[in-house]
Design a protein around this ligand. Structure first.
Ligand SMILES: C[S@@+](CC[C@H](N)C(=O)[O-])C[C@H]1O[C@@H](n2cnc3c(N)ncnc32)[C@H](O)[C@@H]1O
Length: 276
């Protein structure tokens, strides 16, 4: 009963390799999920797109030993890290399955809850994944996801738009608008639920703000470089990157000077559907 009493924190390289706060980006969405998700005992749970283990490990800890959790993700290196966390934290109620959620390796009507933080609706084939969730969930059980919405970082996209106009590159605006639209709205995501055998029972929206000293800091931030820069570059001809990004950075810096920093709004949603 009290195995936790013998847990020994060992501060070594192996441990520190897996120890961090969840990235601030995932953290904001994970907090929204944890705020609204109903926690029950004795249930089976899948976290789709569990990556390096967030919010999977947090849920494993909060749900406790009577529950069984599975993290599903095809990303090998992230799964290795998540598995090491299971060892470090001595959680016996979690397992990582290396697979795409396009084919969930569980029987139909076998799972009590599916969650996905910044996952499912952004996958390559979201309809297939929603159908799979519907198949493996028991009747009346829930699929709960969080996502960023259309309108995220609108202050940045407004400057991007005006920069392209300033350079008279109006032919590139359609790419930029498509990039923004692709994000989805509560309506479009709710439709993914209702088209695939769920009724949306609850949804909540919230905004958070990300503040940067200026546009240069923003464009050089590791998260922006890792997660976003390539998608913006792909909207523009390669030989125009230098010209466009230089002016974009200048314009973002000018806005930052006026506003004492660059403040970007991120609209988020928690959406929960019940299998009909
Ligand atoms: C934006 S990350 C979110 C990771 C984590 N849940 C978090 O909150 O930080 C999306 C995750 O979905 C995974 N993913 C992408 N396609 C997938 C699929 N078809 N099935 C399962 N996971 C997938 C990626 O490998 C990645 O780990």
């Amino acid at each position: 009963m009290t195995e936790y009493l013998s847990y020994k924190f060992t501060d070594n390289e192996t441990f520190i390799n897996t120890f961090d706060e969840a990235p601030l980006w995932s953290g904001a969405f994970g907090l929204l999920l944890l705020k609204h998700l109903e926690l029950k005992k004795d249930i089976s749970v899948i976290d789709i797109g569990s990556g390096a283990g967030f919010p999977l490990m947090e849920l494993a800890g909060r749900l406790g030993a009577s529950c069984k959790l599975y993290g599903l993700d095809p990303w090998k290196n992230a799964n290795t890290r998540a598995r090491q966390k299971i060892i470090n934290y001595q959680y016996s109620n979690v397992e990582i399955i290396e697979a795409s959620a396009e084919i969930i390796p569980f029987d139909e009507n076998s799972i009590d809850l599916i969650v996905s933080n910044l996952g499912i609706n952004n996958f390559e084939k979201p309809e297939i994944v929603f159908k799979e969730c519907e198949r493996v969930l028991k009747p009346k059980c829930k699929l709960a996801l969080t996502t960023n919405l259309n309108g995220h970082w609108k202050q940045f996209y407004n400057v991007f738009e005006s920069t392209l106009k300033q350079l008279q590159k109006n032919d590139l605006l359609a790419n930029l608008y498509a990039n923004q639209e692709h994000r989805g709205s509560v309506e479009s995501i709710s439709k993914l639920f209702s088209d695939n055998g769920f009724k949306v029972c609850r949804h909540f929206e919230e905004n958070f703000e990300m503040k940067f000293a200026d546009g240069s800091a923003f464009l050089n931030h590791h998260f922006v470089k890792i997660g976003w820069l390539d998608s913006w570059k792909s909207l523009l001809p390669k030989d125009e990157h230098e010209e466009i990004f230089s002016l974009l950075e200048n314009n973002l810096n000018a806005l930052s000077r006026m506003n004492n920093g660059l403040v970007l709004t991120v609209p988020m949603a928690y959406i929960e559907g019940e299998k009909i």
